[in-house]
Design a protein around this ligand. Structure first.
Ligand code: CAO
Length: 442
């Protein structure tokens, strides 16, 4: 047994002819008093209209896009005699006239529907009784997402961030379906690498094929390993790079003079073994550069061995084999070992121990070109020397310009461990030794 009642739009303040942007119930639905029936949206606010009674929805009197004011009929409801609850529990509403003749009056005393500000403009201080989703970080005057209160609630329940959802409704309004599509897409995304401590936003998946032809190539294992190590070092180490130039005119003359002997020993003598010798001498003079920061961040671990890593370019990506005890080896021995390890690296023959235990790294792009670059510290080391291509340049000596072979050097270092002045002294030391290798004996 039930009687028919008409539920109408209650007092909504000064709002008139407000558009219905959402209908939240259907004929046949059983609802309780206070359940939301429709969402309205004016230029300034959105609000949900709650039911004053509980019962079964018989017929909707409105459709999407209709404009309503206070008193407009929303729907007819079959109200069970015992079913009234909430605000209407103590009311005995009059028997409803046929729907067509229904007077647009509220059935029972109703709480005013609270408007909710949905526009960014002159928002009064108290205009947002529901928490807004966080505004995009980059925008101080962020535009809040355009969505009805029920959609906001729905998104909140699912933990979906409305600022990341594109609305497909009128004027870009976010619909319930948009939230569903977004959540579904997020659930289907493959697991990503764990976020960094810096909490960067996840990269956005872009379909580049929409702009032109593409080809997808999987990264090699080495690419992936070095990418992770480089990324970690880049974001966790405060890097500074100090640049300088060494006059290697005499060194080059010396190297060329050794070429015959190198050939006899079946090694290729490039500038790198000589640079490595100078670096080892500088590491002995500046032990901090041959150290690692302890994991607790409170101690520096100085190493009394000199294992020098050197970057090798391979078809599979960058690898850094380690030449052990460089201080105990001759220039020819170093040259021979560099050659052997380079061949091993390109033939994928390096073993894990070949890549471990480095105390300092040299990255030489001198055989390729360039004037300077900023190498990334090979953690847990604290510094790395980048070597670019030597060039003959005019140098001012004794009142005139003379041609000198200048070698560009770029020292990147961990500024938590090394001060700028120390770095400048260290690289100056290397520059002096390369200018005159006899200084290594001092
Ligand atoms: N200035 C001018 N010429 C240089 C030079 C420099 N700084 N360094 C090397 N050269 C010359 C060499 O003398 C050699 O000349 P010749 O062929 O006429 O004798 C030529 O450049 C090629 O040298 P190389 O690169 O074969 O030898 P290397 O000892 O300098 O390097 C190795 C050895 C294994 C490091 C190298 O083979 C290699 O892989 N280099 C790439 C380094 C790299 O990828 N670094 C990564 C940087 S970070 O991503």
């Amino acid at each position: 047994m039930g009687r028919e009642s008409v539920v109408v739009v209650p007092d909504i303040g000064d709002f008139k002819d407000v558009e219905i942007i959402e209908i939240l119930v259907n004929p046949g639905d059983t609802i309780k008093a206070d359940d939301s029936l429709i969402s309205l949206e004016s230029d300034k606010a959105a609000m949900e209209i709650p039911s004053t009674l509980g019962g079964t929805v018989k017929e909707l009197k409105v459709k999407l896009g209709d404009k309503v004011s206070q008193g407009s009929p929303i729907l007819t409801l079959i109200v069970e005699d015992t079913a009234s609850e909430g605000a209407a529990a103590n009311e005995e509403p009059p028997a409803a006239p046929p729907a067509a003749e229904a007077k647009p009056e509220p059935e029972a005393p109703v709480a005013k529907a609270e408007p909710i500000a949905v526009r960014p403009e002159p928002a009064p201080a108290a205009a947002a009784p529901v928490p807004m989703p966080p505004a995009p970080v980059e925008s101080g005057a962020a535009v809040p997402p355009h969505a009805s209160p029920s959609v906001r609630r729905f998104a909140r329940e699912l933990g979906a961030d409305l600022t990341r959802i594109t609305g497909t409704g009128a004027k870009g309004r976010i619909l319930k379906e948009d939230v569903q599509v977004y959540v579904k897409a997020r659930l289907q995304q493959p697991e990503r690498a764990p976020a960094t401590v810096l909490g960067f936003p996840e990269p956005v998946e872009i379909d580049f094929s929409q702009f032109g032809a593409i080809e997808r190539r999987p990264l090699s294992r080495i690419n992936k390993l070095s990418a992770a190590a480089l990324h970690r070092a880049w974001v966790t180490i405060p890097h500074v790079t100090q640049h300088d130039e060494a006059d290697i005119t005499d060194l080059e003359e010396f190297r060329v003079s050794l070429k015959k002997e190198a050939e006899r020993r079946d090694v290729k003598l490039t500038p790198l073994p000589l640079i490595m010798k100078a670096v080892v001498a500088a590491l002995k003079a500046f032990p901090k550069f041959n150290a690692s920061l302890a994991a607790n961040g409170e101690e520096l671990i100085l190493k009394r061995y000199y294992h020098i890593g050197f970057a090798v370019d391979t078809p599979d990506g960058l690898v850094v084999p380690v030449l052990r005890d460089a201080d105990q080896k001759s220039v020819f021995e170093i040259a021979a070992e560099l050659g052997e390890m380079g061949v091993k690296a390109r033939g994928r023959k390096l073993r894990t121990p070949d890549l471990q235990g480095g105390t300092f790294t040299i990255s030489s792009l001198g055989g390729i070109g360039g004037t300077s670059f900023t190498p990334i510290v090979n953690a847990p080391e604290v510094a790395i020397l980048g070597v670019s291509r030597a060039q003959t340049k005019p140098a001012y000596r004794d009142g005139q310009f003379v041609p000198r072979l200048m070698l560009p050097l770029s020292l990147s270092y961990d500024h938590r461990v090394i001060d700028g002045a120390e770095a400048a002294r260290f690289i100056t030391h290397i520059v002096q030794m390369l200018a005159d290798l006899r200084r290594i004996l001092l």
